[in-house]
Write a protein that binds this ligand. Structure first.
Ligand code: LLP
Length: 443
């Protein structure tokens, strides 16, 4: 496995081909980010289009190489808007959506809805109706309540809906507690260990208007070990074999979820996409012989691993507070309103001064946000070049789960987002205005 044991240079965390120009400015996607900050304001999120596309292809190629019948569906929750949905459509990916909102974004760009998989532990009747009326490919049924409701709704429409069942294999992927989903006490899915998974297969197989196509599991997110995937594949395929003997169930699709980890810091050690692909597909190949007549289609649901590295957050420095002998805070113009991950999960990031990228990093500082919370720090104890007010800070690996988890806390307008490619930048979401913040209010 190609896990490095050394630290990598900070620049290697930014989108590949990120450079520093002779002014010492960071250049991403051919654009000087200091110019971008000037033109579009800060905080600003930059997405590098070629990194995004490259990651889509890497997943398709690496898994497809060993297991040709693989469908990569992007987990929209990591970050979706119309521009991104169009890119994923062009790259031939499917989509995992978890709400009527995500489904509507896909629908708005004519995303092929037969490649959309609807997830969620509490899909509302309205969301299920929308999914059925728009003809989504698969609904991943999470519980008995949904199973019954979905069958009724499909019956009413005179259709047979393709479904997968979400199973809880009872495996701990050793990641953050909040992003662990495959253990028995999880709110998601039918547990294998309690017999509820078997009962779900029984009910789904006999439901008049549901077509049980396959099984799904998702263990969690930022899983930096491969073994939990292997264990879960073994367990769930064993279960599939039992179900085929008991109920004549045929595994047409096998969805192993997402959770592939990305490096956030110079000392992160995570498997490469190729490592996950090789391990998962060889485990699968070794076990599916008992499932003939046909091999199941493999579905994977990466979110973070597709968008994270493509994204960079830019902030402008304001106040600098030094507590002699104790700490130095560099305060920026965003914070937990645009990236709650450090506060919520203790997530770690790397940052640099984007307009001083050639200068030595001799200052150890904490980058703090501007929100009224002591917990509003973005990066703790990071080495930076000598920093002054009005400098631009760039935080790497910000493409996943920051914008979609952003809020208007402290009535902060959400940042603008630009997509960069070959020296050009286009706005893919404008910055919110104060007027926007009040636009839904009435007196
Ligand atoms: N499939 C399902 C059913 C999921 O629930 C998720 C993520 C994914 C796929 C994609 O997982 P990924 O490949 O992105 O790890 N807010 C947290 C992450 C929550 C993930 C929720 N589910 C964070 O910021 O780390």
């Amino acid at each position: 496995m190609s896990m490095s044991t050394k630290t990598v240079p900070k620049l290697a965390l930014f989108p590949p081909m990120t450079k520093v120009n002779k002014e010492g400015h960071l250049v991403i996607g051919g654009c000087d980010v200091v110019d971008l900050a000037e033109e579009f304001g800060t905080p600003l999120y930059i997405l590098n289009e070629s990194t995004l596309r490259h990651k889509c292809r890497e997943f398709k190629d690496e898994f497809g190489k060993y297991y040709p019948d693989t469908l990569v569906i992007y987990a929209s929750k990591a970050f979706l808007n119309q521009a991104l949905a169009l890119i994923f459509k062009e790259e031939g990916l499917g989509l995992d959506v978890v709400s009527g909102g995500e489904l509507s974004i896909a629908h708005s760009v004519d995303f092929p809805l037969d490649k959309v998989y609807c997830h969620g532990n509490n899909k509302t009747p309205e969301e299920l109706k929308l999914a059925l009326d728009w003809g989504v490919g698969r609904i991943v049924v999470d519980n008995f309540y949904e199973l019954e409701m979905l069958n009724k709704l499909a019956k009413k429409r005179g259709i047979s809906q393709n479904i997968l069942l979400r199973l809880t294999p009872g495996i701990d992927p050793h990641t953050h507690q909040y992003t662990t989903t495959g253990t028995i006490e999880s709110k998601f899915g039918f547990p294998l260990a309690t017999g509820q998974a078997e009962e779900a297969v029984n009910q789904a197989s006999s439901a008049s208007n549901l077509n049980l196509l396959g099984l799904h599991f998702h263990l969690g997110s930022q899983i930096s070990e491969i073994q939990p995937f292997e264990l879960a594949i073994e367990l769930v395929l064993g279960f599939a074999r039992q179900m085929s003997q008991k109920f004549g169930f045929h595994l047409g699709e096998f969805d192993i979820g997402g959770g592939f980890a990305v490096p956030y810091t110079v000392d992160s050690r995570v498997p490469a996409i190729a490592d996950y692909a090789k391990a998962v597909t060889s485990k699968l190949a070794g076990l599916i012989s008992g499932l003939e007549p046909s091999r199941p289609r493999l579905i994977i649901e990466p979110g973070r691993a597709i968008v994270a590295q493509a994204g960079v957050a830019l902030y402008k420095v304001g106040a600098i507070k030094e507590i002699p002998g104790i700490k130095k805070y560099v305060c920026v113009d965003g914070g937990i309103s645009d990236n709650i991950r450090p506060a919520l999960y203790g997530a770690r990031y790397e940052a640099l001064v984007a307009n001083k990228a050639l200068e030595p990093e001799r200052d150890t500082v904490t980058i703090a946000g501007k929100l009224c919370e002591s917990g509003d720090t973005l990066v703790k104890d990071v080495n930076l070049a000598a920093v002054r007010p009005a400098d631009i800070i760039a935080v790497a690996v910000c493409g996943a789960y920051s914008i979609p988890m952003s809020s208007n806390y402290n009535a902060m307008p959400r940042p603008a987002i630009v997509m960069v490619k070959e020296g050009r930048a286009r706005l893919i979401r404008r910055r919110e205005t104060y007027q926007d913040l009040m636009s839904l209010d009435s007196i």
